[in-house]
Design a protein around this ligand. Structure first.
Ligand SMILES: Cc1cc2nc3c(=O)[nH]c(=O)nc-3n(C[C@H](O)[C@H](O)[C@H](O)COP(=O)(O)OP(=O)(O)OC[C@H]3O[C@@H](n4cnc5c(N)ncnc54)[C@H](O)[C@@H]3O)c2cc1C
Length: 248
């Protein structure tokens, strides 16, 4: 089975992200990056599928040389091959999906796995766009997956419950938290990953359809208020929660 997984290189959740001087992008200075957590789940699912049916898992990431760090993590988990699609011109979700879909078209996988969303820009668009560009079915927020003889049975997380859907390969599967517990890379995996070549491809720029006008951090929260330190403060606390915070 040819398994293709899209992985994004995103700021570490512990990083205090700053907006660049242009007021439109994230300032990369001092930011630690990581494999997008939803993509780690997609990688794990790809590895599980390979273990069940043999074949290969290829990981691809669009960005710069810096994305290789994330690709190496995926290789260390056990992926067979990694590809960086190189471009640093401005891209929106359509532009990101276009480059990934073009690669997928050429590779012609049996299944594409990606994350529900990147935890940097949170667009949650790329998986569905790629499926549409390739004319493939897409199944989103997948929390359980079975693929047997080309038939897919997937469980989706929906408000207040789960939905079971059927489809057939090839398809795009969009991973949600809970689908699996990603493995830790083994020491051997880490050492092997250091030796593996990462294929590089330069992709051409594409005019964005959506332009970011401004990016700003949320305004600072107002300081907390202490209304008292004993039981006599309760009526005032209840009044404030009811009239000001409007949460009771
Ligand atoms: C080359 C490049 C240039 C960009 N330029 C700008 C810019 O100028 N201004 C700006 O504000 N933003 C820019 N971005 C950010 C870009 O607009 C968003 O990454 C894009 O809209 C996708 O949204 P998202 O990252 O929230 O992905 P989502 O749609 O939330 O991601 C869903 C899934 O798609 C896959 N995926 C997403 N991105 C990638 C990727 N790069 N490689 C592999 N898989 C991926 C992952 O599996 C992910 O879990 C740029 C990104 C790239 C890669």
């Amino acid at each position: 089975m040819k398994i293709l997984v899209f992985v994004n290189h995103v700021p570490d959740t512990e990083t205090k992200v700053k907006v660049s001087a242009d007021g439109k992008t994230i300032d990369p200075a001092g930011v630690n990056y990581m494999l997008n957590p939803y993509d780690e789940i997609a990688v794990e699912e790809g590895l599980k599928l390979r273990e069940k049916s043999s074949g290969e898992v290829v990981v691809v990431s669009l960005g710069t040389d810096a994305n290789k760090e994330t690709l190496r993590k995926a290789l260390a988990m056990g992926c067979d091959k990694a590809v960086v699609l190189k471009d640093s011109s401005p891209r929106d979700s359509f532009g990101v999906a276009r480059a990934l879909a073009d690669y997928a078209k050429e590779y012609s996988p049996d299944i594409i796995l990606c994350g529900k969303q990147s935890i940097d820009y949170d667009d949650a668009q790329v998986g569905g766009l790629v499926a549409e560009m390739l004319g493939l079915p897409s199944i989103s927020v997948v929390v359980n997956l079975d693929v047997t003889d080309g038939a897919i049975v997937a469980e989706r997380e929906i408000e207040g419950g789960h939905e079971i859907v059927h489809s057939r390969l090839p398809a795009v599967i969009i991973a949600q938290k809970g689908l699996n517990q990603p493995r830790y890379p083994s020491l051997k995996g880490i050492m092997d990953a250091k030796r593996k070549q990462i294929e590089e491809r330069v992709v051409s720029a594409i005019k964005p359809r959506v332009e970011v006008l401004a990016m700003k951090k949320p305004s600072a929260k107002p300081p907390g208020k202490i209304v008292g330190t004993d039981a006599s403060a309760i009526p005032e606390l209840v009044r404030l929660l009811h009239e000001e915070a409007k949460i009771i």
